[in-house]
Write a protein that binds this ligand. Structure first.
Ligand code: ADP
Ligand code: MG
Length: 238
């Protein structure tokens, strides 16, 4: 189960308020995308949900439990980082199993979970390679594999494809859609790429200056933008 609920969530950095009165309910299994211009607060909001960033005001609930003051490791959500965050001196197997190893899981269990994740991500034949001997797409899949082995209630992605070239971005977009279909796990995904948002999302949350401008399915936002900002951002006529 991975329902996520934000109640009047706010964030200040000193005097600067960057997240303003966010209310949002995400259903278990939903694929929700945060879009909006650079600096509008997408990463900050995602980091608050993950617990990497403190919440100044309001509440965050996971499956009904108030986790606002809990550590990231106590929330059961996995953040997927960009592929350059892989450990260069470890092979694929070690990279994917590392968090389980530090948590003290037995080797047999780690091998099983890494094996299953590698199968889902089609990395079975690459387990003994180091990151530098992999393609960009394979590296990004290893970064996702590191999150999968922890069997999270939800995945949080912050622009995971932004450092990949255009062709690879398209390939990985399909890969992530397939992953969501396979696992059925809740996903929150930050991007400033409208095409990514329109093709992947069950629902899109459009942010501007720390506020929600509109929430809806890609179709709803495209056909019925509430305001000019959403229309221009999504690229629909209004
Ligand atoms: P986005 O991911 O949408 O580009 P961010 O969430 O990174 O936006 O940033 C939102 C706003 O918060 C920006 O104005 C940014 O400068 C500011 N900000 C982000 N992190 C910090 C921080 N640690 N200290 C001060 N200001 C920050
Ligand atoms: Mg960001």
């Amino acid at each position: 189960m991975g329902s996520i609920r934000l109640e009047n969530v706010e964030k200040w950095f000193g005097e600067l308020q960057v997240i303003k009165g966010i209310d949002l309910e995400i259903e278990d299994g939903e694929f929700v995308i945060f879009v909006g211009p650079s600096g509008c607060g997408k990463s900050t909001l995602l980091r608050m949900i993950s617990g990497l960033e403190e919440t100044s005001r309001g509440r965050i609930l996971l499956n009904g439990d108030d986790v606002t003051d809990r550590l990231p490791s106590e929330r059961g959500l996995s953040m997927v980082f960009q592929s350059y965050a892989l450990y260069p001196h470890m092979n694929v197997r070690e990279n994917m199993g590392f968090s389980l190893k530090t948590a003290g899981s037995p080797k047999k269990e780690i091998d099983e979970k890494v094996g299953r994740a590698a199968e889902i991500l089609r990395l079975d034949d690459y387990l003994d390679r180091r990151p530098k001997a992999l393609s960009g797409g394979q590296r990004q899949r290893v970064a996702i594999g590191r999150a999968i082995v922890r069997e999270p209630k939800g995945f949080l992605f912050d622009e995971p494809l932004s450092n990949l070239d255009a062709a690879l971005r398209v390939e990985m977009r399909f890969e992530i859609a397939r992953l969501h279909e396979t696992l059925g796990t809740t996903m929150i995904y930050v991007t400033h790429d409208q095409v990514e948002a329109m093709t992947l999302a069950d629902r899109i949350v459009v942010l501007k200056d720390g506020r929600i401008m509109q929430i809806g399915t890609p179709r709803e936002l495209y056909d019925h933008p509430d305001n000019l900002f959403v229309a221009q951002f999504i690229g629909s006529p209004k």
